[in-house]
Design a protein around this ligand. Sequence first.
Ligand code: ATP
Length: 365
Amino acid sequence: MSTLRVDEVVKEYPLRAAGLGRGGGTLRAVAGVSFEVAEGTTFGLVGESGCGKSTLSRIVLGLDAPTAGRVEACGQDPATLGRAALKAWRRDVQIVAQDPAGALPARMRVGRIVEEPWRVHRLTPKGGRAARAAELLAQVGLPRRHAEAFPHELSGGQRQRVVIARALALEPRLVVCDEPVSALDVSVQAQVLELLRGLQAERGLTYLFISHDLGVVKHMADEVGVMYRGAMVERGPAAEVYARPRHPYTRELLDAIPSIRQAGRRRGSGGADAAAAGHAAAAAAPAAVAAPARGGRPAPDAAPAGAPVLDAAAVVAQAPAAVERGCPYRARCPLAVERCAAEAPLPREVQPGRWSACHRAEEVR
Ligand SMILES: Nc1ncnc2c1ncn2[C@@H]1O[C@H](COP(=O)(O)OP(=O)(O)OP(=O)(O)O)[C@@H](O)[C@H]1O
């Protein structure tokens, strides 16, 4: 049974809202993405900065509506729910966000932070809020006395544990983990990932795990989806994708894993700097290769006729939308041939359960 279904989701923003000019036109941040996540499993969503991961996560969380397509999470499409129903649905779908320093209210004590979701939903758990909050803190590996601490008195890893405890307070079924360890030291990352895995096993949680780092996702995901310029270019069981990628962009990301780790080590401590260096390397590597711009097909009712539709990477590269057809990855692709310029590859099932949007998927090594 699927806890999450994402069906042909498209999200477009006016170029003006994306800070790109004053005229008409549309930025296509998510370009027809589909996948399902079975109950109790983890789907890893990977791609470089600007490929549309966070936009997709906002849609899954019901914080934004898709321009086209549909999401069903825990049995409901959040875009169709009224206010009260949406609030009730949010008990089932929680987020563990990226930045522990920014995600917690600075002036609230930790115990009170963990209790907050019960306050918002006017609930009292068995045994009372304070006692249950202390239990939750213990379950995420924090001593009970930390309930009295303020977030700034804790380390980054401890703060992320508080974020996780708060997300679990309402006993959700689906947790969107959006770069949950990217702000942490490399050694602490492993501990937090271990905690997330343990909680999943205990509670049967379903995770949508978003990261720019295929190395991190490897430790978590049952299935992986690789996003490039708003599209999902490869999808399949994690072990198979890592062992034999079927898209050259996945290959490029896999090849980048050792260099990211080395970048962290070169900076010395394996501490926060290392994680930051890894993030920077992942973001910078693709930018070093000039990506061409591409105009996409406008969604039927999204943009006025004649207004350009840009994909995310075209805008990241800040190049004019000159190329109208073909595979968006071809300028970086070692396998690109003439056909790739003429015809955009549609996702196809290259073997049971494995999807790739590459004309030459079978030749990727
Ligand atoms: N509210 C918005 N209005 C306009 N454009 C947006 C908005 N949110 C995101 N975008 C644009 O959509 C594209 C995809 O952004 P998104 O944040 O989803 O990517 P991402 O893969 O999560 O990147 P990062 O890891 O850097 O957050 C980017 O070009 C971004 O500028």
